[in-house]
Each structure stands twice: as C-alpha cells, then as structure tokens.
Design a protein around this ligand. Structure first.
Ligand code: FAD
Length: 368
C-alpha cells in the first residue's frame, strides 16, 4: 500500500516523486518506458525553474545544460527579429534531464515500476487500485495522473474524443548555430524551434498540422516543400548532421481544456492542461505544478489539511498560476501558421521591441 502512486514519470511525476519521498511519504511511480529515453520536446527550459531545481539538489549545468539568452524569430519569407531574452532559459535533452531526476527520486527513496503501463484506475472505498498487466494491481491512498498530453487513461476524458490537428517532430543534430540562442522559424502551418543542448548537440523540434503531412505524404517531402520555404530552416536542414536514423514523431497533440481533478484523482503537468510550445514553456509548468501539488500533499499527510481542502487548494493555486496562460496560449496558437499573419506579427514586433519583449515575457512564468 502506497501513500501516493504516480502514473507517469515525466517531469510532473518525477518532481512529485522527489518532493514526496524526501518528506518521508511512501511513493511509487509507474512509467511505461525505461530511462533514459527520447521524447518529442523542444528541450528549452525556462530559467523560472532554476531556483526550485537547485533547492531539490538538481543543478542542470552539472549535466551539460547550456545557457540560452537570445531569441531569433523569422517569418516564412525571411523577415527576422533578434532580441535578448529577459529571463532566458537553458537547453538540456529530456534524455538526460529525466534520467537524472529519476536517479534523484530513487535516491530519495521512491519506488519505480518501469516498462509498466497502467491500464485502468479503480477505487474501492478510500483505496485506489492501479491495474497493470506486468506488475499486477498496485494500491494507494492517493493517485496522481502525470501521464502527459495523451494517454490510454484519457479515453473517457472529453478532450480525447475531439480529434486534434497537431503533430510534433523532433531531431537531435550537429550544426553551426550560436550556443546561446533559441530560434523560432515559422513556416506555413507550423513553427520550428532550434536550440543548444548538452555535448555540442542541438534540438530541432517543430509543430505542424496533420493536414500538412497528408498533403505531401511523408515527413521528408513536407520538409522539402514547406519547411524549406523558410530559407533559414532550409540552411539548417540541408547542412546539419542528423543524429537519429529517423525523427521522433507524435500526433494528436491537444491544447483543449482538461479537468484538474477527476474521480478524486489529481492531474498534474500536461494531463491537467497543455500549453502550445509557441506560447509558453510546458516543462516549466509541469515542474511548477509538480511542486504545487507535492507541497499540498505534504501538508495533507502532515494532517494540516483534509482531502476536501487539498482539492480546493490545488484547484485554486493551479488556476491562479496557469489558467490564464493556457487560455491565452489557445488563442494565440490559432493565429500562427498563416504566413501572412506571421509576417505581420514579425514586422510589428521588429518595429516595437518593447511590445516584443512584453510578449516574450508572457511565455515565461515567474521564478519559483
Ligand atoms: C512539439 C513540442 C515541443 C515542445 N517544446 C517544449 C520546449 O521547448 N520547452 C518546454 O518547456 N516545453 C516544451 N513542450 C512541452 C513539454 O514537452 C511538456 O509540457 C512536458 O513534457 C510535460 O511534462 P509531463 O510530466 O506532464 O508529461 P511527459 O513529460 O509527457 O510525461 C508523461 C509520462 O507518462 C508516461 N505514461 C503515459 N501513460 C502512461 C500509463 N498509462 N502508464 C504508465 N506511464 C504512462 C509516459 O511514458 C511519459 O513518460 C513541447 C511539447 C511539444 C509537443
């Protein structure tokens, strides 16, 4: 019997595991993969997370993270804008980041069930049962679903039934590009981020629509006919040394609203709501929501707040930090991908650097 079982060992799940196990709470994490593994993600992490990460004994720069301080935005036709980032961030692959956080959670005493998929979650009285095919049933007083943007466990949730048009593609590559810059190159129906990670490598990750892929049939043909219309992207895609045999791809990325608590199960990270990468830093939000939830759970196990108060406080605190950002993100996401609109945005920001700085500021949260 666990105090807390966490479904999903991504950033939200790992932060909960690290904090709760450190507080002496008996925690189990069920993760369908085995560390280390690659994920589709731009791998630029906002500096808002640094004080908290350092407070739990995690210094990303010890594992090769690279500081990123400048931003470069381009429109498909080549209009460009370069600016300094106010808060900035760092680049580190999820391959390294998640593995090192996992090691920290294990060191703190958390149990891990790897290569184990939760098939369903049931409740008998006050006890939750996580059903798995490989490990059998696991029992807990509290369950956190930190299973990311889309999972087999979402089948009954409302957003799952609406098809989402977005897909994400990621590569690791070696190329000639500034170390301290993140670029956002726009193309028809999508945008592509490039920034440094550890060991002299770069992460190139883009978001586009299923329709775009359907029109050209293959990723290669789509890149040739659409992404490379942006000459900055063309240069990178033509000259880079690609480090994977094939790209990592995910589809059905949904930015729709989701419930925060369902059947008394607490959602955390992307499973509670995902922000479009253009409009915010989902990793920082996953880490921050993990901190918020684990802080409240520690109070709950310390008998300072009961279950009702735990739920109310989580709803309030999560809403205060993320609800506005997520709804703004959903609105802005709709405008991008239209080459004319992107051109207008880049032109406008080029001539209004103060406004550009304010908008970029909105994509980064406050330091926590
Ligand atoms: C194209 C793209 C680019 C992005 N770029 C950036 C970026 O540059 N910067 C940034 O800050 N954010 C970025 N994001 C967002 C970021 O990746 C997510 O917000 C973040 O990973 C969310 O963390 P999480 O812990 O909620 O979920 P995840 O990190 O997705 O972890 C969920 C875990 O749950 C596991 N799981 C799922 N179902 C089950 C199950 N049934 N049983 C057991 N395990 C299960 C999965 O294997 C996974 O390990 C990007 C997203 C996309 C799509």
């Amino acid at each position: 019997m666990y105090d807390v079982l966490i479904v999903g060992g991504g950033l939200a799940g790992l932060i909960n595991a690290i904090q709760l196990s450190k507080a002496g709470i008996k925690v189990g994490v069920i993760e369908k993969n085995e560390y280390p593994f690659h994920r589709v993600c731009g791998e630029y992490i906002s500096n808002e997370t640094l004080p908290f990460l350092q407070s739990i004994g995690f210094n990303p720069f010890s594992f090769g993270a690279v500081s990123i301080k400048r931003f470069w935005l381009t429109a498909p036709k080549g209009t460009e804008l370069k600016m300094d980032l106010d808060l900035g961030g760092f680049g580190l692959s999820r391959y390294v980041l998640d593995e090192k956080l996992y090691e920290l959670a294990v060191k703190n005493g958390a149990d891990f069930y790897l290569k184990t998929t939760v098939q369903s979650i049931e409740k008998e009285g006050d006890i939750f049962i996580c059903k798995t095919a490989t490990t059998g049933d696991l029992y807990a007083k509290i369950v956190i679903q930190a299973h990311g943007k889309r999972s087999n466990l979402d089948k009954e949730r409302r957003f799952f039934k609406q098809r989402s048009p977005y897909l994400g593609v990621k590569y690791h590559l070696k190329t000639d590009f500034p170390d301290d810059m993140i670029a956002l190159h726009n193309f028809k129906d999508g945008y592509c981020g490039i920034s440094r990670i550890e060991d002299g490598k770069y992460c190139l990750c883009y978001l586009t629509t299923r329709e775009n892929l359907k029109t050209y049939g293959t990723i290669e043909a789509m890149e040739e006919n659409v992404l490379k219309k942006n000459l900055f992207l063309k240069t990178i895609l033509n000259q880079a040394e690609f480090l994977y045999e094939s790209p990592k791809v995910i589809n059905e990325i949904s930015f729709s609203p989701k419930a925060l608590i369902e059947n008394d199960i607490l959602m955390c990270g992307d499973s509670a709501g995902m922000i479009a990468p253009l409009c915010g830093n989902g990793m920082a939000m996953a880490i921050h929501s993990g901190k918020i939830l684990s802080d409240l759970l520690i109070q709950h196990f310390d008998k300072q707040i009961d279950t009702h108060q735990l739920h109310q406080k989580y709803l309030q605190t999560w809403g205060r930090h993320f609800r506005f950002r997520l709804s703004l993100g959903r609105t802005v996401q709709q405008f991008f991908g239209n080459p004319l609109m992107t051109e207008m945005f880049v032109q406008f920001f080029k001539h209004n650097p103060f406004m550009a700085a304010q908008v970029v500021k909105q994509t980064h949260g406050k330091i926590f």
